[in-house]
Design a protein around this ligand. Structure first.
Ligand SMILES: [Zn+2]
Length: 436
């Protein structure tokens, strides 16, 4: 078991009722009296609606703003001060790893269509991208398939490597600059994963670390005896190493951040087969988090994705119990009428609720309207001891060994078992084999 979070300066987490504060391109007009007016109005609406914490959403791919940090800080500082005046805790959220890159106009259109829910304000090229005098292009993950920087089509982005010492230092330097400029209560660092697949990252630093820790040279991407060969124990050591390396990002951040600033990351899944390829293991990251966080996927809605919702929440709630830390669950409500059901679902799993509008729909009901009937979270239900739990074992090793077959052969039936228990009013308590 991990250490319980006993710092009184972070006790607010146990009573937090979060709401998303979506930033937009318009906010870059700061400083502007009209923005100040709107921000005050919004903070007042959130306070009146019963929220007591906001999460800054929007300036997501943070190192895309390298030339504009003072403007980013100016916007966030003013909003933070307004929020504090309204009794709202402030959570900083961004991704240090992802950066949009447009290879042409088609990519710009893709970003506009698929990623406009955040503020995709990206530079033209790597040519002028430096941080503390270092070329940021060097931080990129490299694929063992072709020894070229990876490109993740789904987000039209590239991704930095958590093992690059320049990137590691930049994350801490950035946090130092940000915290000096902007008062925040929590820090949410997102997207610690390898993209787009298990062949990342084969940069010099990952190769060196694999040799140092495992005594193995990473073979060429064409070596079928190694790559995707789950019978090969060396390959399984590669899979395990990537989980550790992403976890280390949070270890470094936790050691760096002032103790009173809570830390967590973003995670939408703790079970799925695709996590193997991404080297993504929130059950390990949580050792360095002050709260376990789960983002319920925005398309998952009660009544249509119940098995996914129940199993994901059960998974993250189990990790939270393992470490004796609070659980936070973000849901994307479609309408004011959906809010009570979401609050009931999160309370059932003893999660602190975080309400957000549907980010990708410009016509979506905004948070102010979603809170129109108040933030009626059942604290009594949420604080009830877990007595009706049923223990299930989830073998991360089995999932990883199954590779592409993992979802059909293992994860989906497991999700169904969780769902059946939840339908009976029971709490599935999941034992992750790699947490023992
Ligand atoms: Zn690397």
């Amino acid at each position: 078991m991990g250490k319980s979070n006993t710092d009184p300066r972070k006790a607010w987490l146990a009573e937090a009722k979060f709401v998303s504060w979506w930033l937009t391109f318009d906010d870059f007009a700061w400083p502007h009296p009209e923005l100040t007016r709107k921000w005050k109005e919004r903070a007042a609406a959130f306070q009146q609606g019963g929220a007591n914490a906001v999460v800054m959403f929007g300036f997501h791919f943070r190192f895309d703003y390298t030339g504009y940090f003072d403007r980013v800080f100016g916007v966030l500082r003013e909003i933070s001060l307004i929020c504090r005046d309204h009794g709202l805790r402030v959570v900083e959220h961004h991704s240090p790893t992802l950066v949009h890159r447009a290879r042409g106009e088609a990519d710009r259109r893709d970003i506009r269509e698929r990623n406009f829910h955040h503020v995709p304000f990206y530079p033209d090229s790597w040519e002028n991208q430096f941080f503390n005098g270092q070329p940021m292009a060097d931080w990129r993950q490299i694929s063992a398939r072709d020894n070229q920087p990876v490109f993740f089509e789904r987000y039209t982005c590239e991704c930095f490597c958590p093992n690059h010492p320049g990137f590691q230092q930049a994350c801490l330097d950035y946090a130092g600059r940000h915290l000096e400029a902007v008062p925040v209560d929590a820090w949410m660092s997102d997207d610690l994963h390898y993209l787009p697949d298990v062949y990342s990252c084969a940069c010099r630093h990952c190769r060196d670390r694999f040799r140092d820790e495992e005594g193995l040279d990473l073979p060429p991407g064409t070596d079928r005896n190694f790559w995707e060969n789950t019978e090969n124990p060396d390959y399984l050591r590669w899979i395990a190493a990537r989980y550790r390396w992403n976890t280390d990002h949070y270890r470094r951040l936790r050691a760096f951040l002032p103790e009173e600033i809570a830390l967590w990351g973003c995670a939408s899944d703790v079970l799925a087969g695709r996590l193997t390829g991404m080297g993504f293991a929130p059950q390990h990251y949580a050792a360095h988090w002050d709260a376990v966080f789960h983002e319920i996927y925005h398309l998952h809605q009660p009544g249509t994705h119940d098995a996914d919702i129940a199993s994901d929440l059960a998974g993250f709630a189990s990790v939270a119990r393992h470490y004796d830390k609070p659980l936070i669950a973000l849901f994307y409500a479609k309408s004011t009428g959906d809010v009570p059901r979401w609050l009931e679902t999160t309370a059932f799993h003893r999660a602190r609720p975080w309400l957000s509008s549907q980010p990708r729909d410009p016509e979506a009901v905004r948070e102010e309207a979603l809170l129109a009937n108040g933030y009626a979270y059942d604290e009594e239900a949420a604080n009830r001891p877990v007595e009706n739990s049923v223990e299930l074992t989830f073998s991360v090793e089995d999932r990883d060994r199954l590779g592409a077959a993992a979802d059909d052969a293992y994860v989906t039936p497991f999700r169904q078992r969780c769902h059946e228990l939840v339908k009976q009013g029971k709490i599935p308590h999941i034992r992750f084999t790699d947490l023992e």
